[in-house]
Design a protein around this ligand. Sequence first.
Ligand code: NAD
Length: 494
Amino acid sequence: METISHWINGALSTEKSDRTGDVYNPATGQICAKVNFATPQTVDHAVDVATKAFETWRHASLTKRTQVLFAFRELVNQNKEKLAALITKEHGKVLSDAYGEVTRGLEVVEFACGIPHLLKGGFSEEVSTGVDVYSIRQPLGPVAVISPFNFPAMVPMWFFPIAIACGNTVIVKPSEKDPSAIMLVAQLLKEAGLPEGVFNVVHGDKVAVDALLTHPGIKSVSFVGSTPIAKYVYENGTKAGKRVQALGGAKNHMIVLPDADLDLAADAAINAGFGSAGERCMAISAIVAVEPIADKLIEKITERATKIKTGDGTKGADMGPLVTKVHRDKVASYIEAGEKEGAKIVFDGRKVAVDGDGFWLGPTLFDQVKTSMSIYQEEIFGPVLSVIRVKSYDEALKMVNDHQYGNGTAIFTNDGGAARRFQNEVEVGMVGINVPIPVPMAYFSFGGWKNSLFGDSHAHGTEGVHFFTRGKVVTSRWLDPSHGGINLGFPQNT
Ligand code: NAD
């Protein structure tokens, strides 16, 4: 069986590890690889290598950096199918979803290719007579990226292309559940001409994360994962003096106003609720139906849901398995809890039968969900949609604003004025208007509010460039050559 090892200094690490993790193919339920877990010594080694590489990489010209990124973009494009296949194998999402993940990640690479423009500073001439002031932005040093299982290629790509373009060196600690995609990324970066040690990967769990959080050589931490761990990473990383952005969990609401196009809303609910088996931080999990449209909307969603084929993501299914058995069982236990708490099951994913030992769970829809129920309060991170019926826009808005999470949200309406009020009043970081998954383009920044983000920097876009650089302002007074500069034919002081 393959054992996946760390990637340090441009090569696979031969360091021994006494702890490994099992990597599953969720569609077969079988272990497909082992992954080495880093010790604190492995992390020390990776940081040493990244620190040494920083001395040179920080002086690489902007042209050199963009040449590497352009070459990397071409290589990822050429290897898209291979990368998507690795994602599907270990995560379970269907191939088209895996392909889409790579495409969204590439958009950040393309954004980072524009770094010469993005790093341009400001200049004010003559702030005082003969005095100029200008600002420059400089890299931080070795930076850490700690990523979740649900986007094993895209989430690291939210950060490392910009970090590298800004002149930093990087250590990625990917999810131990699907570690292979980032290994192909590492090889492609090397092939693109990235010098050794600029991009490193250490695999593992809490031990590796804690070592990165406390290592004095690590200058910043970009974390994406569940809220309790995001909070832990933010608190401990900042305590150790690091710059930290920690993106957490979500519970995304989709408000459907009575004037909305219900076919569009139903299509959106299906795609955003059950796509990637609901394992997306931007998945819709609560549909807030403003009466009197709930019955009609549920009918349209049900009609569409019956056509969803749950199965192996490599064999033409619409929805793949959940990532692990433990996670599958946890999601199923939420369905039980919802039933017990009095919500009405419209269709039940537990009844969907798929051959084999994969971690299967079909789509589930609940109606009559109340805000006090655990299926409403907590992040389920599976293919479970809840419909909450309300009487007015104000009631719907209050519900979204009262929720602990504020990652994404969407409103469906044909009233521009209502949509405009919503975008202004809602306390959520990313808002869609008749768009269910409003993931910002790479040149904007991605991030939520409240318990969905700890820190004040969102991912990518100009906030990403700011996060991975430190500002410096220079105030300079150059005396006129007549004050003793080289003799250029100017009259000299006497
Ligand atoms: P997770 O929090 O379990 O793991 C994330 C990372 O933290 C992994 O690399 C993991 O190895 C590490 N980790 C796990 N337990 C740890 C511990 N006790 N101490 C230190 N490190 C630990 O999250 P996950 O299950 O991999 O991913 C799903 C979660 O990520 C969901 O909550 C989802 O909403 C969230 N997510 C958020 C966003 C966003 O942009 N806000 C994007 C993607 C995923």
